[in-house]
Design a binder for this molecule. Structure first.
Ligand code: PEP
Ligand code: MG
Length: 604
């Protein structure tokens, strides 16, 4: 698809051309994407390179060859040292034996002459940079592995890719060539693609906004972007190629656009809009301590989703009634090795005590699919379909030692607050029972060690697979509470990858099948008197608040930045009025009728 290029005349823009290349410097144009985080940012572009995706290719002179070879040698040495220290830490720690074996395989690949020597020859013969020589060798190796018949050996291709990526990261100035931690407040990141792990690193940077070519509205990248509380536009298709370093940009997350090199009048209009948004934000802040009660007197719990303990501050600032979802897998990303039980315990305890008696729902880690962790063998990025593969609770059950370490850490933290355990991506009774057995085992081991924990800690399950909704009776009888993960529920109901912008137009929270499933889950749980929440992105969308209230939902968990606008919506809603309209929405299979009914629901 060609990028949509427009010349900007004031705020009304005229479609001008669709040729992506040879844009004159300083020409003003607009890029369209999906705004995943609202607000307006004005700043200068900083282009991000990322590992193998964007390996630079440049020529060098014969005189530069020894220096380039030395650069490669040093990068290989650095990774070798990294692997050796990981291996050392593993011998001392409690990690499963498979990790050691996995590291040994990586060490062998790294020290093999085909990876060490061939790229050096390429540098000398082709007079090219080290990164390019290394990726060329990678292509040769991948091709060779793909033709191997033995499935075990064929799978080692993924290891080769991972090893090469490690070396590339060192060569390219890990991590991903992003700016220093004190980067200017008015810097806007522009990348082809970012993983959730990349984005979480930006929590320490002060970027004004960011843009990516790829991504979907509920991709984990977008979710983490939202948690940075800066405007973000994904799925721009060509931002990385069209925007130049240091160009002036306006990112309007609410209107899904990026204006490159805006003229003075556009800039002035956007500065006014920015001030208006700030005023609105200040008004909302006054609702911080107001109880979230509907017009007809129903009390609603508005909780926060967090990724790291540092996010707690924002949750409290926005008046969260508790933490409804702590996505613990982010503690595992962007680091060598795995967090120990004590390290995890400290993180969970900080959140549990920080919420001062309010509930803290800690989800056991949901690694896999796009939340890839280097070094965990089962979580292959090249699995045939990672979203349907070994992810979340499936991975935990396959790696019980890892899971038990986390469970013990959570249970120990339960002594310091009102902690609940939430299990992600459950699909069957078998999984629930296995997970419950492991929780009992973790409790038993703590009892033996006389460690303190809350023996009555509540255990809940996420409802994010249609199979779980359709057999929810088995969940309500075995679990203390439920939480609907609409991001995944939509993905798995509609067979639309939530992170793939090529199908993002099909990802639809208002699909009749999705509405029916969510309504069925809420109604069944309410009837069984098992508390149920929604913690997917739908919970933070004001246009869907009345829909969820009308289905009988009274517990919402969302990104802290949305808490106050959702509270404002709750305060202006009447469940008695919403219910009959929502009943009609549940019964129809016609998308147009659904949209019309939603408009009716939101009128007034
Ligand atoms: C969900 O799927 O809706 C959810 C809350 O979990 P995550 O977004 O982390 O997959
Ligand atoms: Mg999910």
């Amino acid at each position: 698809m060609q990028p949509h290029r427009e010349e900007v005349h004031g705020l009304s823009s005229v479609v001008h051309a669709s040729l992506p290349f040879a844009i004159p410097r300083h020409m003003s144009f607009v890029l369209h994407g999906i705004g995943v985080s609202g607000g307006i940012a004005i700043g200068r572009a900083q282009l991000v390179s990322h590992a193998t995706l964007e390996v630079a290719h440049y020529s060098i002179t014969p005189a530069q060859v020894p220096g380039e070879i030395e650069r490669l040698t040093q990068a290989l040495k650095a990774v070798q040292k990294e692997l050796e220290s990981l291996r050392g830490a593993m011998t001392a720690g409690d990690a499963p034996a498979e990790f050691g074996a996995f590291l040994d395989v990586h060490w062998m690949i790294l020290t093999d002459p085909v990876l060490r020597e061939m790229p050096k020859r390429t540098i000398a013969e082709q007079l090219c940079n080290a990164e390019w020589a290394l990726t060329q060798q990678l292509s040769v190796l991948v091709e060779q592995f793909e033709s191997i018949e033995d499935p075990y050996l064929r799978e080692r291709k993924a290891d080769v890719v991972q090893v090469v990526e490690r070396v590339l990261k060192v060569l390219m100035g890990n991590p991903g060539n992003v700016g220093p931690a004190n980067a200017e407040e008015h810097t806007i990141l522009v990348a082809h693609d970012l993983s959730p792990a990349d984005v979480i690193q930006f929590k320490n940077h002060h970027f004004a906004a960011f843009l990516t070519d790829l991504g979907g509205v509920t991709s984990h990248t977008a979710i983490v972007a939202r948690s940075l509380n800066v405007p973000a536009v994904v799925a721009t298709h060509n931002a990385r190629a069209l925007i130049r370093e240091n160009e002036l940009l306006i990112v309007d997350g609410g209107r899904n656009v990026v204006i490159v090199n805006p003229d003075r009048s556009v800039l002035a209009e956007y500065r006014v809009k920015q001030d208006e948004l700030e005023l609105e934000r200040q008004k909302l802040r006054r609702l911080r301590t107001t109880p979230a009660t509907t017009l007809d007197g129903c009390r609603v719990e508005l909780m926060a989703n967090i990724e790291l303990p540092e996010d707690l501050e924002q949750a409290i600032e926005n008046g969260a009634a508790g933490v409804g979802l702590f996505r613990t897998e982010f503690l595992f990303l962007n680091r060598d090795g795995l967090p120990s039980e004590d390290e995890q315990f400290e993180a969970y305890r900080a959140v549990a005590s920080g919420m001062k008696g309010h509930p803290v729902t800690i989800r056991t880690f949901d690694l896999g699919a796009d939340k890839h962790k280097e070094g965990l063998d089962g979580l292959s990025r090249v699995a045939p379909n990672p979203a349907l593969g070994l992810r979340a609770v499936r991975f935990c059950l396959a790696e019980p030692r890892l899971f038990l370490t986390q469970l013990r850490a959570i249970l120990r933290a339960s002594h310091y607050g009102q902690v609940k355990i939430l299990l992600p991506m459950l699909s069957s009774v078998g999984e629930i029972e296995q997970a419950l057995a492991l929780i009992s085992q973790a409790k038993e081991s703590l009892r033996e060690q006389r460690a303190k924990f809350d023996p009555g800690v509540e255990i809940g399950g996420m409802i994010e697979i249609p199979a779980a909704v359709l057999s929810i009776g088995a969940f309500t009888t075995r679990l203390d509470f439920l939480s609907i993960g609409t991001n995944d529920l939509i993905q798995y109901t509609l067979a639309v990858d939530r992170a793939d912008d090529a199908v993002s137009q099909l990802y639809d929270a208002l699909h009749p099948a999705v509405i029916k499933l969510i309504a069925l889950a809420i109604a069944t749980a309410n009837k069984a008197e098992v508390p149920i929440a929604v913690c997917g992105e739908m919970a933070g969308e004001a246009r869907l608040t009345r829909l969820l209230l009308g289905m009988g939902l009274t517990n919402f968990s969302m990104h802290p930045a949305h808490l106050l606008s959702i509270k404002q919506r709750v305060l202006a809603s009447d469940i008695g009025v919403a219910k009959p309209i929502v009943g009609r929405m549940r019964r129809t299979d016609e998308p147009a009728k659904l949209v019309a009914l939603l408009e009716k629901l939101n009128a007034g």
